[in-house]
Design a protein around this ligand. Sequence first.
Ligand code: FRU
Length: 474
Amino acid sequence: AANTPQWRPDVHFTPHRNWMNDPNGLVYFRGEYHLFFQHNPEGIEHANLSWGHAVSTDLTNWQELPVALEPDELGEIFSGSAVVDHDDTSGFFGGHAGLVAFYTSAGETQQQSIAHSSDNGRTWTKYAGNPVIANPGLEDFRDPKVIRHEPTGRWVMMVAAGDRIVFYGSRDLVHWDQLSEFGVGHGAHGGVWECPDLFELPVDGDPKRRRWVLIVSTGSGGPAGGSAAQYFLGDFDGTTFTNDNPAEEVRWVDKGADFYAPQSWSNSPHGSRVWLGWMSNWNYAKQVPTHPWRGAMTMPREVGLTESGTGVRLSQRPVDELRRRRGRVRRWSGVVGRDEVPEFSGSVLDVVAEFRLDTADSFGFDAFAGRDQHTRIGYDVRAGELFVDRTESGRVRVAEGFPARHAVALEPEGTTVRLRILLDRCSVEVFGGAGSAVLTDLVFPEEEGDRLRPFATGGSAHLTSLEVFDLDRP
Ligand code: FRU
């Protein structure tokens, strides 16, 4: 296949070449954010699953390093996590701190294995006694995520087991006992459960109002078709997760098509929870037309909880570090649908816009616009929803169902609708309002689809402020 440099993101991580899926082993240690990832070092297909590796000091400039973990006699290296063993509870580090990784050995069966590193993740030693959790007779048994639960003074591992998450506890990261299970009858089960995560967050920054957030990715049946991530709010006492909400309630993290298997950074100094996801969808991941790489990560995002009219919701926004990549800015305000509107060039943009409702029934931006192509990012006033429409976004014959419109409910704040939009050559990430409405979508504009234009339909909308920042290359 021909190379497609026009779709290579500038600010989103992609491997130099070959296949990538889920983020793995996200951990901060000694000044570096580590990003391991599901990777085929030998080809652009989903095969030879290994852990690729990249590091960053600022979450936006990534340096790819040699492959960290390769398949062995127990199988391929599927998804998992990593922690800093500060107090050498494992005994792997001679009393010092080191990194321990947890992954699924995917061979004849799926089992949980570990590896450790004493050189800041550059080289890894697989534990001789792997697997540390043998397969209990399940077809799907994978994606170990380990967290430290301070109140009980132990490590907790979550494993995705088909229709549930199984919780294990350990004092030394090597010996694991089952604690509990969660999930049967709860949330969305359109596909097998994968890639759990669990963390505690304050509601609107109030340290006295904290909830636990359990993240579960679901292989199919997502809101935009195919794979998607859901979340549960509740309590976690170190042993059992209890859902705050009715079992049948389903809460999606992102209603676009391309946010999957998110994982948060362990040991992050950031002050808030930071995560990213794989920016693709199992419905068409293997047909994504980029070359010589296939697979991208989303922008790292700060995750929070916010009280909305309909209860507590997850919120997301791009990490502040991204501002350092902002270059030239263009500003405008005026009435779209009445004034002459400007057209902005650029395919790698950070757009901050505030609209005031008026007579228009929809408004927003056409991005990656050119002759016969555009990606419409807008607000539908009557439906009360934010949407991304990629039906005419350029190369749409990626797979059946790819050309589509994705939407998420968004209440105006009074009469104001705030949008933050990141565009990076082949992707759109839209954060509405305070960040509880999010859409992430891949798009593949044909050459010359590099314009951004405000639009309004059925009347006019006041664009009270608009900043269009270029995001610069490193
Ligand atoms: C999620 C997933 C995981 C698995 C990995 C294999 O996208 O299916 O459950 O560990 O990808 O690459």
